[in-house]
Write a protein that binds this ligand. Sequence first.
Ligand SMILES: Cc1cc2nc3c(=O)[nH]c(=O)nc-3n(C[C@H](O)[C@H](O)[C@H](O)COP(=O)(O)OP(=O)(O)OC[C@H]3O[C@@H](n4cnc5c(N)ncnc54)[C@H](O)[C@@H]3O)c2cc1C
Length: 418
Amino acid sequence: MRYSLGSIIANAVSGQRLWPMAWRKAAPKPSYDAIIVGGGGHGLATAYYLAKEHGLTNIAVVEKGWLGGGNVGRNTTIIRSNYMLPDNTRFYEWSLKLWENLSRELNFNAMVSQRGVINLAHTPAQLDAYARRGNAMRLAGVDAELLDRDEVARRVPGLDVSDQARFPILGGICQPRGGTVRHDAVAWGYARAADRLGVDIIENCEVTGFVYDGERVAGVDTTRGRIEAPKVGVAVAGSTSQVMRLAGFERLPIESHVLQAFVSEGLKPFLDTVVTFGAGHLYISQSDKGGLVFGGDIDGYNSYAQRGNLPIVEDVASSAVAMFPSLARIRLLRSWGGIMDMSMDGSPIIDRTPKPGLYLNAGWCYGGFKATPGSGWCFAHTIARDEPHPLNAAFSLDRFRTGALLDERGAGATPRLH
Ligand SMILES: Cc1cc2nc3c(=O)[nH]c(=O)nc-3n(C[C@H](O)[C@H](O)[C@H](O)COP(=O)(O)OP(=O)(O)OC[C@H]3O[C@@H](n4cnc5c(N)ncnc54)[C@H](O)[C@@H]3O)c2cc1C
């Protein structure tokens, strides 16, 4: 059923009994043309674009839990393309363009809200760096505005912009087309659209091993039996090192760390943009329900547990209060954690692997949600054509051997520094 005013009216007058399931509960077939491991945003988007752009519809998405249970349903929902290095700018801008039409394309309201993303500057050097980044963005056709302190104060009324602030604000950079998207709707929207194109979405089906015919991949073993396919794409985010070990890759340039997110009690609307704190690490926005949604740094140690620790709570709460002193008395309602696949240069991997037929999508660090449409689009191209698209050619696995790193966010071989 197409979601429309007509379908809402038809269901309103029939006791809401006409809504079909958004996607079928598919059982695994013995073989497919391609298997995508991981039913997060990236895996589902990949399956959708494989079917839509490349005509490959005999595909399975194999998910060990339920759709939306991974990072796609755990993130702080921020989208943007405010990068400086050309390879990053091109890729994330393409992703942002796909977001702009996504609800219409999927016939599913993903609540894409281009409310702007403002990064605050607290030192003259930081403001200079923002000017340089903004110029690079504009030269690449991406929107960017440099803001002085008065303009920041006008756009974000609750901020402490006084000289007495703990970290005085000198200005900031804004990407007006950045914003937020309802994260789990992205998983549901891609799943429903892929299902309509014939893709089998198989939940509660964990990949436990890989099948090879010589060096070439020939399928996967799962908790629901063996499934054969000449092409297998892995998009399992925080579980990348575990799953790729099953495929015979003992070491990858990836570490897994927990990243936490927090939601406050509901407040009246006062923050209509996304703000990031430049003197520490905090990003904050207000959801349509009124809760403040915010996050900060990853936990310092490696972990596969989807829960966080108290020092980070203290760290992000103190940053939030340094920015907005009036938040000191609000209550934190909920917090949760997700496992980040931190790459060693802060940039992702969308590539073939040394095993023919096996493809890898990983290394998204804090920022993979905004990449979801672009990542799925590029990964689908890479799998269908067996070669990267120019948009993801720089996101190669090989760069960690050759040294052609994309270290825009990185400052060395440690994820603590991205
Ligand atoms: C707290 C937090 C805040 C974040 N904030 C932002 C943000 O504001 N903006 C942004 O751009 N990014 C953000 N991110 C990062 C972003 O969420 C991730 O980079 C992105 O969602 C990862 O891709 P995914 O959606 O495919 O991952 P996931 O949803 O994690 O999908 C991977 C799937 O693989 C499945 N899987 C694992 N092992 C197996 C197996 N053996 N067999 C079958 N399936 C398996 C998992 O169950 C999971 O469903 C944040 C992340 C977190 C945790």
